[in-house]
Design a protein around this ligand. Structure first.
Ligand code: KG4
Ligand code: ZN
Length: 346
């Protein structure tokens, strides 16, 4: 057995400042998360400039917390992983500049990690025996992707959203109902008390065989429903609207994911990203897979939303394949899954 590898990971791509220390990729030593949700709530969504400033305020403190919590010192760390995209450019730059400086000062390898890949790897932390190939649905505030993960670092994107991400649709519908931000957990909670069959909202299955998604039509239908009732001075039942909207989203997500798993002959479906926390989505997968040999897996709630542990895990496996960063690394706000940093381009 070789020496244990400790990865210090940093995540600042949106509104969570997080630092984790991982042992040999899958074991969490610590996963410190500072969420800015309370700061952005009053604006109804994430304000990029405010997010960057708060990352600057918190980053050194949270790294120190991670070391203190683990009884470790910088000299005990073997490499440094950091999210370099996709995400908000100003927010990404804070974590990346910090990680680059740290790697340079400590003379340790720097590992630039793709945030979407990080979400997938949250499942590797949760399920110690999990190995590719499998089918993966990544559903977050910014992304809705159906992916066939063939091997480490090998992804085939089978479908993605053509407009809004699933989490974005939850957030926008919640804002229209005046529920607050982020909308997903609030709608999830209200939906439990509502009737999911009370309102027949549209499902966009798109062309036959297409594995892409579209949520803008559903979002408009819900907004029209709310506004029409407002005009007629009829009070809406937020629990029923939440339950019916959520059902329309999860119906499409689950149907297409199972279709993709069958197409690729996968017996494992993993779900990842903030919307993977949704109880309706989890329940529908379990229900629709009952009569099949396909198994569904999802990470615990804390690992679904943004955190640095998932970045450390993805970074560890990436380092095994030799993909490192250098002092020329820059943030890539629209980074695609499967693209790796190739070093200085000019
Ligand atoms: O993965 P994440 O933390 O950030 C991004 O990378 O985007 O996901 C945040 C998104 C938000 O849109 C939030 O409303 C949604 O995940 N979310 C949920 C739930 N918890 C978080 N959506 C539906 N149901 C939930 N329980
Ligand atoms: Zn995320």
């Amino acid at each position: 057995m070789g020496k244990d590898i400790y990865t210090l990971a940093i995540e600042t791509s949106c509104d969570e400042t997080s630092c984790a220390i991982m042992k040999n990729g899958r074991e969490i030593i610590t996963n410190q998360i500072y969420s800015q949700i309370d700061i952005h709530k009053k604006f109804g969504g994430v304000v990029p400039e405010v997010a960057s400033r708060n990352h600057v305020r918190k980053i050194s403190l949270i790294v120190q917390d991670a070391l203190d919590e683990s009884n470790m010192k910088f000299k005990d760390i073997d490499n440094i992983a950091v999210t370099y995209g996709p995400g908000l450019v100003g927010a990404l730059l804070v974590g990346m500049s910090y990680a680059k400086s740290l790697a340079f000062a400590l003379d340790k390898p720097l590992i630039p990690v793709n945030h979407i890949e990080g979400h997938i790897f949250a499942n590797f932390i949760e399920f110690k025996e999990l190995e590719p190939p499998f089918l993966c649905l990544v559903v977050s505030g910014g992304h809705t992707h159906l992916i066939h993960m063939e091997d480490y670092g090998k992804y085939e994107i089978l479908g993605k959203t053509r407009d809004d991400a699933a989490g974005e649709a939850f957030d926008k519908v919640a804002r229209t109902m005046g529920l607050g931000y982020p909308g997903g957990p609030l709608i999830d909670k209200l939906a439990k008390k509502g009737d999911k069959n009370s309102i027949d909202f549209p499902r966009a299955f798109l062309e036959k065989d297409s594995l892409d998604f579209s949520f803008s039509g559903l979002k408009s239908a819900v907004l029209n429903y709310i506004n029409n009732n407002k005009q007629k001075k009829v009070e809406i039942n937020v629990e029923n609207v939440s339950a019916s909207f959520q059902e329309a989203v999860v119906d499409v997500l689950v149907t297409k994911t199972i279709q993709a798993a069958k197409l690729k002959k996968c017996d494992k479906i993993i779900i990842a990203g903030g919307v993977a926390a949704n109880s309706g989505l989890r329940a529908k997968f379990e229900e629709n897979l009952k009569a099949t040999d396909i198994k569904v897996m999802y990470p615990s709630l804390r690992l679904c939303t943004d955190n640095a542990a998932m970045i450390g895990c993805a970074g560890y496996y990436q380092s095994l394949r030799g993909h490192y960063g250098d002092e020329y690394l820059n943030a890539v706000p629209n980074l695609k899954l499967g693209e790796y940093y190739e070093g200085r381009s000019s």
